[in-house]
Design a protein around this ligand. Structure first.
Ligand code: PMP
Length: 358
C-alpha cells in the first residue's frame, strides 16, 4: 500500500483506520451477509448506523437539546437554495456576509428567492479576509444572518462568531468539527461532509426545531427542513454508504478527541504559515488575523513557478496543492485527517524548491 500526502480541498483525505474498517466491512457488514450499500434503509442494521451517526454529531458538537441533526443529499450548494426557500419569506430581508467565493455563491442563490442585504462585502479584498463586527451593516428584523465560517478557496476563516439579533445561519462546510464549537448562538448550521466528516454525498444540517417551524409551507416536501426533521432524515432513501462513513469518521473523532484535533490543526497550520513568512519567495494570501487552519493559501512569484511547484510536489508524493481554478496560487488543505508528517514534508519541499528556484 502506498498513500501519498493528499492536500485536496474536498473530497479530502480520510483517516486510514476508517478506510481500513470500511474495507473490512465492505462485502459482509457485521455478519449480515451483505454490504451496507445493499440493504434496506428501513431495516434495523442500517438504522443503528444512521442513529449512531446522528448521535455522534450531537455529542461532538455538544448540541443544545432543541437542535435536530439532518443527514441530507445535494451538498452545501443545495442548502444555498433551500435555506432561503424555507426561511426567507415575502417582504423579509436576509443579511448575508460576502467574505469570499462561497459566501458569494450562497448570496447568488438567495437572491433568486427573496430580498438579500449584503451586510459586508470583502470578497475581492487582498489579502483575503473576513469583515470586522463593526463593518456589518445589519437589517433590523432580518429573517436571518448568513455567513461562511471558513472560505475554503481564499483561506480566510472567522475566528469569532459574529454578533447579530437575527437567527444566525452558517455554512460550516470546511471547518466543522475542526475544533470544539459552541452551537448555542446558532439557529442553523450546515456542511457538506467531504472535508472533515466523510465522503461527498452527505450534507449535515443542524437546525433548531423552533427555527424550522418558520419554514414556508409552499416549498416541495423534499426541500423542506421540517419534512426531514419529522422523518429523522429517512423521508426518502438516504445516502446510506456516506452516512456509514460519517458514522465511522465521527467515532474516530471521538477516539482522538476534539481538543486534541484542534491543537494538532493549529500546530499544522502554524508550521506552514511559519514557512511562508520566513521566506521572501512565498507570499501568504490571507490576512494574518483570519488565516485559516484548514486551507493554507499562498503564492509564488509567478504563475509559471506555481505550476512547476505543483508538478514537482506531485512527483514528490504531495498532491492536491493547486489553488482553486478561479484563484490560482497554492492551497494546502490540512483537515483533521491530514497527518503532521505531510505538513513537515511540504515545508521541507518548499525549502528545497525555493533553494533551487528562488
Ligand atoms: N461552501 C463551502 C465553504 C465549500 O467549501 C463548498 C465546497 N468546497 C461548498 C459550500 C459547496 O459544497 P458542495 O460541493 O457540497 O455543494
Amino acid at each position: 500500500m502506498s498513500r501519498i500526502f493528499n492536500f485536496s480541498a474536498g473530497p479530502a483525505v480520510l483517516p486510514v483506520e476508517v478506510l481500513e474498517e470500511a474495507q473490512c466491512d465492505l462485502v459482509d457488514y457485521r455478519g449480515s451477509g451483505m454490504s451496507i450499500m445493499e440493504m434496506s434503509h428501513r431495516g434495523g442494521v442500517y438504522d443503528a448506523v444512521h442513529q449512531e451517526a446522528r448521535a455522534n454529531l450531537r455529542e461532538l458538537l455538544n448540541l443544545p437539546d432543541d437542535f435536530e441533526v439532518l443527514l441530507l443529499q445535494g451538498g452545501a450548494s443545495m442548502q444555498f437554495a433551500t435555506i432561503p426557500m424555507n426561511y426567507l419569506g415575502h417582504g423579509q430581508t436576509a443579511d448575508y456576509v460576502n467574505s469570499g467565493a462561497w459566501g458569494a455563491a450562497a448570496i447568488k442563490q438567495a437572491r433568486l428567492v427573496g430580498n438579500v442585504n449584503v451586510c459586508a462585502d470583502c470578497e475581492k479584498d487582498i489579502p483575503a479576509r473576513v469583515p470586522l463586527q463593526s463593518e456589518l451593516k445589519q437589517t433590523p428584523g432580518a429573517a436571518y444572518f448568513h455567513y461562511t465560517t471558513n472560505e475554503t478557496i481564499s483561506g480566510a476563516q472567522w475566528k469569532t462568531v459574529p454578533k447579530t439579533d437575527a437567527p444566525l445561519v452558517a455554512d460550516m462546510s470546511s471547518d466543522i468539527l475542526s475544533r470544539p464549537m459552541d452551537l448555542a448562538p446558532f439557529s442553523l448550521a450546515y456542511a457538506g461532509a467531504q472535508k472533515n466528516l466523510g465522503p461527498s454525498g452527505v450534507t449535515v444540517v443542524l437546525v433548531r426545531k423552533s427555527f424550522a417551524e418558520r419554514a414556508s409551507k409552499a416549498v416541495p416536501a423534499i426541500f423542506r427542513h421540517p419534512t426531514h426533521i419529522e422523518a429523522q432524515s429517512l423521508y426518502n432513501t438516504p445516502p446510506c454508504f456516506g452516512v456509514y462513513m460519517l458514522m465511522l469518521v465521527t467515532r474516530w473523532v471521538k477516539r482522538v478527541g476534539l481538543e486534541r484535533l484542534f491543537r494538532q490543526n493549529a500546530d499544522k497550520a502554524a508550521l506552514l504559515y511559519q514557512a511562508v513568512d520566513a521566506s521572501g519567495f512565498y507570499r501568504g494570501t490571507a490576512a494574518e488575523a483570519c488565516r485559516s487552519d484548514m486551507n493554507v493559501t499562498f503564492r509564488l512569484p509567478t504563475a509559471e513557478l506555481e505550476s512547476e511547484f505543483c508538478s514537482a510536489a506531485k512527483k514528490a508524493g504531495l498532491d492536491g496543492l493547486k489553488g482553486y481554478r478561479t484563484m490560482g496560487g497554492i492551497r494546502a488543505s490540512i483537515y483533521n485527517a491530514f497527518p503532521v508528517e505531510g505538513v513537515r514534508a511540504l515545508v521541507h519541499f518548499m525549502g528545497e524548491f525555493e533553494r533551487t528556484h528562488g
